[in-house]
Design a protein around this ligand. Sequence first.
Ligand SMILES: Cc1cc2nc3c(=O)[nH]c(=O)nc-3n(C[C@H](O)[C@H](O)[C@H](O)COP(=O)(O)OP(=O)(O)OC[C@H]3O[C@@H](n4cnc5c(N)ncnc54)[C@H](O)[C@@H]3O)c2cc1C
Length: 375
Amino acid sequence: MAAIECGKRGRRVVLLERSRQPAEKIRISGGGRCNFTNRHTTARNFISENPRFCISALNRYDQHQFTDLVKRHHIAYHEKKLGQLFCDGSSKQIINMLLEECAGVGAEIKTDVKIVKTEKPSDFRIHTNIGIFQAASVIVACGGKSIPKMGATSYGYDLAHQFGLQVVETEPALVPLTFDGAGAEAMKELAGIAVDTKVTFGKTTFAEAMLFTHRGLSGPAVLQISSYWQSGVPLTFDLLPAVRLGEFLTIAKSTTPKAKVSAVLSGLLPNRLLNALLSELGISGQLANLPYKTLNRLAHRVNHWQIVPSGSEGYRTAEVTRGGVDTRELSSKTMEVKSVPGLYFVGEVVDVTGHLGGFNFQWAWSSGHAAGQYA
Ligand SMILES: Cc1cc2nc3c(=O)[nH]c(=O)nc-3n(C[C@H](O)[C@H](O)[C@H](O)COP(=O)(O)OP(=O)(O)OC[C@H]3O[C@@H](n4cnc5c(N)ncnc54)[C@H](O)[C@@H]3O)c2cc1C
């Protein structure tokens, strides 16, 4: 996006890509269909030490402008849920669209390029395995640390350090959470079960599906909260957000005292999860024989389940990297480094991390577009 916008302004642009193919993350995104933006994008969908930093770029190139570009290229798309826009066909259509736009403005793309070092005696000099490139401006768009197998490197952060810039500590985000020991054993028993949940960490709550896996917890709700979670601190899950179970069981006990607790709850929770919960708490039999205290314990366990994950799957599977180049180092209008004229940082390498749902791409488009107006 930055290359396209620079090219439109008549700048001579070369894009240096380390991998054999450009835009590999677009290719694998959204299960191969690329969730390329979100209709409801606002600054509230991003995490950053400065939550207002992203507003300027998002306002000047928003989700509707990117969607218009997709329409102009006759790419069919649909809304899956919660404003998430996906290609009907393949994510390769988005890659081809961007490559066509680059070609249209004469932006040259060189792949399989290994950058050895970047210097700035006056202009920038980028030493690579295919020669030295001299440039008045450099836009660093080399992403985060997530999925090294796909070409992710820490080069953006290294370059920031080289120029003396602050980098907010990086962490894997939008990532499944894992458990050790007894927790892991319990999860294994439940692997494959999906439930709608409301998960809370501090003041942040997401209401979406979650999935028990062989190693822990995943699914959209868990990926979302993983971007906020801090190691050692519990997460709180409401496994039945639509039902206040305490009240439900109190009414059931007075109206159908002879009913078994398992029968009353079947249909509300998946059977395997329900059986595991009841056996963990040692609860069985007819409601009439279960004291209110016991029923409340069960209700609390379901509506207010607190658990401390041991860790996460890490950068190996994380969709994004939280943290990055400190936004205080950058102009929110141009994305240029305040202390190094001509050096720009855009996309995931910056300390702006989107929620799940197309927001990370929108940040890449918006920030790339902003830098492209000035570099
Ligand atoms: C599995 C998966 C699915 C995802 N799905 C979605 C989705 O559907 N919607 C969404 O909004 N977000 C999604 N994301 C997140 C999204 O892909 C990223 O946030 C986005 O691609 C960031 O764009 P970027 O241009 O900053 O970096 P990237 O897209 O990561 O691009 C950086 C490029 O720089 C290259 N590079 C790295 N180091 C060097 C170096 N030293 N020299 C030269 N080149 C280098 C890389 O090879 C890469 O091509 C997904 C991520 C993953 C991992």
